[in-house]
Design a protein around this ligand. Structure first.
Ligand SMILES: Nc1ncnc2c1ncn2[C@@H]1O[C@H](COP(=O)(O)OP(=O)(O)OP(=O)(O)O)[C@@H](O)[C@H]1O
Length: 259
């Protein structure tokens, strides 16, 4: 991937304080919608500041997994811990979580800054601190000149960037991204992919990024392959392909889906 002007370098935020506990620990999680099993005995451990791609075709179980991590549903069995705290330990357990949903959730009639300020207020961040965090996030995402623009006037790529900026304002330990590039043109996708890959180093947070697009995954990425609610593969993309003697991830995904 080419370097992008969107990425600026700064030291990570408080990364050292998050270094020991796994950012996310999913243990033997199963979940059913009535008689339909959506997740079957899924275990995933993501370390602090690790970037992980969650790959699966439609219906694989990615969104359901995200809903469980966010506490929207409780698992039928198994447990989920964020930064060492299980979700059963109360709403506070969700505090170190950042999320960008598939569908857009910005207020179109507020400016970029107003959207970000509102989020900070919801998280109990004081105004001076919020200003500092917003400055930093806008700079990292190359959005400074859009600060006072109404979101309604922004294109899809800029709106996505605002959502990502917003999701990092409270310095989450783990950021969940549910198909963040859907609907974006190729140059905008490329920029976002580059930025998101740099995020663990920039921000010190882990990233779990759901996608069904294999071209968003690079050889050195850790990839989790899901199919029919099961975690079928977990490893570095290049290594998985070498172990199974396939040319690329597309061939490996085909094998997984035929199994
Ligand atoms: N509300 C629901 N009621 C019943 N079944 C559901 C519901 N939501 C999802 N499912 C089923 O659960 C399985 C997993 O769906 P899920 O949406 O988690 O997959 P996904 O990988 O996120 O796919 P997509 O990218 O299409 O959202 C699928 O078989 C789906 O049809």
């Amino acid at each position: 991937m080419n370097s992008s002007p969107m990425v600026t370098t700064e030291p990570p935020d408080d990364a050292s304080t998050q270094a020991t506990l796994p950012a996310l620990d999913i243990s033997k999680v199963s979940f059913n919608y009535g008689s339909k099993q959506a997740l079957d005995d899924v275990s995933i451990r993501i370390e602090a500041a690790e970037n992980v791609m969650l790959l699966g075709a439609n219906g694989a179980g990615k969104s359901t997994l995200f809903s469980l991590i966010c506490g929207l549903f409780a698992p039928d069995s198994g447990s989920i811990a964020i930064n060492g705290k299980t979700l059963l330990q109360g709403a506070n357990a969700l505090a170190p979580l950042g999320i960008v949903f598939q569908s857009q959730t910005l207020d179109l009639d507020l400016s970029v800054e107003q959207n970000l300020m509102y989020f900070c207020a919801l998280h109990g961040i004081t105004r001076p601190d919020a200003r500092h965090r917003i400055d930093r996030a806008l700079q990292r995402l190359d959005l400074q000149d859009r600060r006072n623009h109404k979101v309604r006037t922004l294109n899809g790529g800029h709106r996505r960037r605002v959502e990502i900026a917003r999701a990092t304002l409270h310095d989450p330990s783990i950021l969940l991204l549910d198909e963040p590039t859907v609907g974006l043109d190729i140059p905008t996708r490329t920029e976002l992919i580059h930025y998101i890959h740099a995020l663990p180093d920039l921000q010190g947070c882990a990233v779990l990024w759901a996608t069904h697009l294999i071209d968003e995954i690079s050889d050195s990425d850790r990839v989790l392959m899901m199919h029919n609610g099961q975690l079928q593969r977990d490893g570095l993309a290049q290594q998985l392909c070498a172990e199974e003697q396939v040319a690329d991830l597309t061939a490996l995904m085909q094998r997984v889906m035929q199994s």
